[in-house]
Design a protein around this ligand. Structure first.
Ligand SMILES: Nc1ncnc2c1ncn2[C@@H]1O[C@H](COP(=O)(O)OP(=O)(O)OP(=O)(O)O)[C@@H](O)[C@H]1O
Length: 379
């Protein structure tokens, strides 16, 4: 009986190893930095004027293509994957699921939602109670995988959550939203850490739901002082998974960063002043820095400019080489937003094209003013 068990166990472990290898190959094939686009469906409340034209169309025969009509001219874009307006939260998550699995295997993973205010970033990341987004689905997926592997691996899952507003870091899991700083770890490893950041060990999916609700509540509470604050801040959910192989004691540490970015609209256009202008400049700088980092990584450049913003500095150990990133670019299909839609898609397209570029891409892929998430006189 025990011989038969041993035999079965060995076969099972071989199967698991094989599955992991195929999964890795699949992720590698799809690329370590993926740019996805989700077109928001036209909702009643988005129609300021009756019968506004829909200017963004997806192609049912090509899941990478979309086209935008501006002033009578059609412009085509090709990204890694485009979700049509009717795509469900489940369909979006299916693209992301393999990255979440990678995190259990010890990879560092970042998933971003990028786009103008109201384009559906929070819907994609957080979703609603009836229709949760990537954050909840990722954690559910994570705990299901952990359960499946429990005979061979033991895992602990730690969660922290911060927002970055005007380049200030705030703890979303502490009562008063403590302000935090990013420091180099004094242990000599050169790694970054955030002293005072509240890290919560989560035991299961129900527990994580409570933690997510707390972070959401705090983001709203801290935001009430500032009009539209939440859409002007980056919200990060950081999950660390420590694994121990029960057979040989070897250890892995994976990280999953789920980021709802601040709105990318060009506030300068509306003549923003004072606090609003400062916000716009900070958002502009950090989104631009993120774009620069992703382009540099996809282009295999030797210098990756992580230090140009809090956001990229904080995510440095998860965005570096060998890690995995997905950026979901959210766009509106309506004519009234066509300027912002084109801007977001040019940005996405540029990031996407880098990989295909020649080796000397290092200097040639600096963002032009035309493709900047905003156009300011900042750079
Ligand atoms: N795919 C979708 N299906 C149904 N409703 C959606 C979808 N995407 C967005 N919405 C709805 O559109 C509204 C705006 O979306 P959301 O708040 O996610 O935008 P956002 O990009 O996060 O905006 P902000 O930058 O201001 O935070 C919300 O009411 C949301 O529920």
């Amino acid at each position: 009986m025990s011989e038969a068990n041993k035999d079965l166990m060995e076969k099972y472990m071989k199967e698991v190893a094989l599955r992991r290898k195929y999964h890795e190959q699949l992720v590698e094939l799809k690329g370590n930095i993926r740019v996805l686009c989700r077109v928001k469906p036209v909702l009643k409340e988005d129609q300021q004027e009756e019968g506004q034209a829909v200017v963004v169309t997806t192609d049912p025969n090509n899941e990478s293509a979309l086209s935008v009509i501006n002033k009578g001219k059609a412009r085509a874009f090709e990204l890694d994957k485009v979700f049509h307006p009717q795509a469900t939260q489940e369909e979006v998550f299916q693209e992301i699921g393999p990255l979440v699995t990678s995190c259990i295997d010890g990879y560092h993973v970042c998933i971003f939602a990028y786009g103008q205010t109201g384009s559906g970033k929070t819907y994609t990341m957080e979703g609603s109670v009836e229709n949760p987004g990537i954050n909840q689905r990722a954690l559910k997926h994570l705990f299901n995988e952990i359960e499946e592997r429990k005979d061979m691996w033991s895992y602990t899952v730690n969660v922290s959550s911060v927002e970055i507003y005007n380049e200030l870091l705030r703890d979303l899991l502490s009562k008063d939203g403590e302000k935090l700083d990013i420091k180099i770890n004094p242990d000599g490893t050169g790694q970054l850490h955030v002293p005072g950041l509240r890290v919560t060990e989560v035991k299961g999916f129900q527990h994580i739901k409570k933690v997510l609700a707390k972070a959401r509540r705090n983001r709203i509470t801290f935001g009430t002082k500032m009009n539209q604050h939440s859409s002007r801040s980056h919200a990060l959910l950081c999950i660390t998974v420590h694994g121990t192989d029960l057979a040989n004691g070897s250890k892995t540490t994976g990280k999953l960063n789920l980021v709802d970015l601040a709105g990318s609209e060009r506030v300068w256009k509306s003549g923003a002043e004072g606090e609003r202008l400062k916000e716009a400049q900070n958002i502009n700088r950090s989104l631009l820095a993120l774009g620069d980092v992703i382009q540099a990584l996809r282009g295999n450049q030797t210098h990756i400019p992580f230090r140009n913003s809090r956001l990229t500095y904080l995510l440095q150990d998860s965005l570096g080489k060998g890690n995995k990133t997905a950026m979901v670019v959210q766009v509106s299909a309506l004519e009234s937003n066509v300027g912002e839609t084109l801007c977001s898609l040019k940005f996405a397209q540029k990031v996407c094209r880098v990989e295909l570029g020649p080796a000397h891409v290092t200097i040639s892929f600096r963002m032009t003013r035309d493709a900047m998430p905003y156009k300011t006189s900042q750079r």
